[in-house]
Design a protein around this ligand. Structure first.
Ligand code: ATP
Length: 240
């Protein structure tokens, strides 16, 4: 992405962020950190073309988003929302439906492996998806997206409804998946421990821009800005 700018408001516009420059490498695992309201989710949604930048460009393998088919773009860069949306029908219908839509074969073994890896081995997949708990829905939505094998997974606080044990399982599963499949992860999180355990790179948003982009260990040991240092020392509680 190159010089991205996003403004808010229709009449009196204010800048949410500007001069956002970054790139995502294959199999890179990125944590996006920053105080509430800095535009982390908005940036993620722009990467998925679910929102548009006001200025700047977004390229996929050298081709601008303006010259790309959004449907194909979203199959490569898939957004997983914090509030999981279930389609009607059973859990299994939910897992199969997207394959039908994308005309891709459904891999039952893979579905079972991912369910087990995320602590859902005992879940009855014939159950109605609407009856699942928030944390179960979140993991089903994640598995549904992983099974389409996008090149980049854009993850918006996807463990926010999970307890620590299940959140760890999800972190481990996604890390393994990224290493095995070469999938890049761009993951917005408020959990600094989580960021340190899964990510290779940290993007820190502050002062209306992408203020730091560092290897994660370096970011936490020696942030380049005072704002990031304060953020690390005094993380704000997650906004619900
Ligand atoms: N479509 C929109 N129209 C107007 N304002 C919006 C829109 N989307 C987001 N905003 C505003 O943009 C700001 C940034 O929102 P965003 O959710 O991207 O921040 P965030 O850093 O992810 O915050 P949090 O950590 O609290 O989730 C907020 O003030 C929000 O109200």
């Amino acid at each position: 992405m190159n010089k991205l700018v996003k403004r808010l408001g229709l009449t009196e516009q204010r800048i949410l962020f500007e001069q956002v420059n970054a790139a995502v490498d294959q199999a890179e695992r990125i944590a996006i950190l920053g105080a509430s309201g800095q535009g982390k989710s908005t940036l993620l949604r722009i990467l998925a073309l679910l929102d548009v930048p006001d200025e700047g460009d977004l390229m996929w393998k050298g081709i601008s988003y303006r010259d790309s088919d959004p449907r194909i773009w979203r199959m490569r860069m898939t957004y997983v929302a914090q509030q999981a949306v279930m389609l009607s029908g059973s859990v299994e219908d939910n897992l199969k439906m997207v394959h039908l839509l994308h005309r891709q074969p459904y891999d039952q073994d893979l579905a079972q492996r991912l369910l087990a890896g995320m602590g859902l081995e005992n879940l009855d997949i014939q159950k109605r998806a609407s009856d699942l708990s928030g944390g179960e829905k979140q993991r089903i939505a994640l598995i549904r997206s992983m099974m389409l094998r996008p090149e980049v997974l854009l993850l918006d606080e996807v463990t926010a409804s999970l307890d620590r044990t299940n959140a760890r399982l999800v972190e481990e599963q996604l890390t393994r998946w990224s290493q095995q499949e070469g999938t890049s992860l761009v993951w917005v999180t408020h959990d600094q421990e989580q960021a340190q355990s899964f990510s290779t790179t940290t993007w820190f948003m502050g002062n209306q821009t992408l203020l730091e982009r560092q290897p994660t260990a370096h970011f936490f040991d020696n942030p380049a800005t005072d704002l990031a240092r304060q953020f690390i020392m005094h993380p704000a509680p997650a906004a619900e």
